[in-house]
Structures are given as C-alpha cells and as structure tokens.
Design a protein around this ligand. Sequence first.
Ligand SMILES: [Zn+2]
Length: 261
Amino acid sequence: MKSHCRVCGKAHTTANFSGELLGQKIDYFDCPVCGYVQTQEPTWLDKAYASAINNCDTGIMLRNQNNVGVVLATLTALGKRFGCVIDYAGGYGILVRLLRDKGVDALWSDPYCTNLLAIGFEYSDEEASLVTAFEAFEHFVEPLREVEKLFSIAPNLLISTELIPTPTPAPERWWYYGLDHGQHIGFYRIQTLEWIARRYKKHLISDGQRYHLFVEKKFPAIFWRFYRKVANRLPSLFTRGMRSKVWDDFDKLSGKLAIRR
Ligand SMILES: [Zn+2]
C-alpha cells in the first residue's frame, strides 16, 4: 500500500509493519525524513470514537490536575502568568475550570467535544499567550493543518503526546498504539517535533517523553523543567498575586454579585 507522510509529505512506497486495530489489519508507515509514524488512511474513526472504551478513562482527573502544574510552570517560564491560555482540545472543560480556579485567564475550545464545566468561557478570537493541546496530536488526521490553526491562536504552543521509542516498537509492544480503541493514528519523535518547529520558525523545548513546548522566543529548557517539578508540588508559588476566578465567574454567569461579598 502506498501513502505519504501526513507531516512532511514524503511519499511512502511500502508499509513498514502492520498491526491489528479494532480487529482489522492496518499498515503503519515510518517516515525516514521526519520520523513520524502513521497508520494508513484512517477509515475506521467513526467506529473508534463510538467505542465504549471511552467510558474507561479513569485517569481523566489526575491528568487534568497534573496539567494545571504544567500550564502554571509554562506561563511562568514564558513570563506570561497573566496572559490568556486557550485549551484547544478542552474536552469537557475540566482543565479550563481548574485553571480559572487558580486565577489563570483560561478559555475553552474543542471542535469535537461538548463543554460541560467551562460554559461561558469559550474561546472566540481573544488574544492569547499560550495555546494547549493535551493528548490531541496522536488523534490528528491532518497534523499540519491543526498545527497551523494552533499557531494562529497563540504564538506559543504546549502539547502532550507520548514520543514513540526508537527503534520503532512492534504494535503489540507499545501501549500507545491504542490498538483496542483505534483513535491514535500518528506518533511523533523529537525529530518530528523539530521538523514542525523549523517549519513554523519556533523553538522546541521537550521533556523527551510526553510534554513538548513550541515557543516564539527561546529560553533555557532547564527553567521549564525545574518550574514543572516545583509547580506539581507547590502550585501556590506560581499563583502569587493572582486571584481565583471562582467568584468573578459566578458573578458573570449568574448576572449578580455573590452573596459572600
Ligand atoms: Zn515525514
């Protein structure tokens, strides 16, 4: 089967390996130019997103709590603690609500999910310092088109996606292929993220594992890593001088001043 790399456009003449995804044999292509590993054209996504496995996401709250620390650390490293953050793959709005509780001006966006917890705080063209896309890149059918959209929202982009090991693992040897749910269709290496950074004239800072940051102005990666460690344990150090938006948001949504004042 022929294909072309959905990141750099390189033509693939033969598949590198295959795996059984949702009971169907699927070809995988490993790009020699940018290192992106992708499935063949994904024609099974309707079935994948209807799967009951979505109800088994027991890590959803823990991930969102961790992401609060990562966002606080990133805003601090960028010198933009009071800047606006757009959570592009905002899901139910959990992260936006948690960030607003800390005092961060966070807004929700998600083309595929219903906003349940951040209603009234949807993104609509506001100027932003940072855009986030947690656990979204491995789902993108057209990664470059999505990246372009993200950089049109903010000059700095924070993402999470698990890097694929080298040498490329066999499908049954790496959990992140997600063969049981079929939603993960593309996997990145540092080389892939660097290719994207070069194309959009950004600097890449990565933890070499899951979290990756594309920034407009370069700063030493050690600051970001250090801040992340501290922010997970002591988030209050990063919210000094910031005021929780819990009550202001209540006022805005209810149209009246909160009784506690
Ligand atoms: Zn490529």
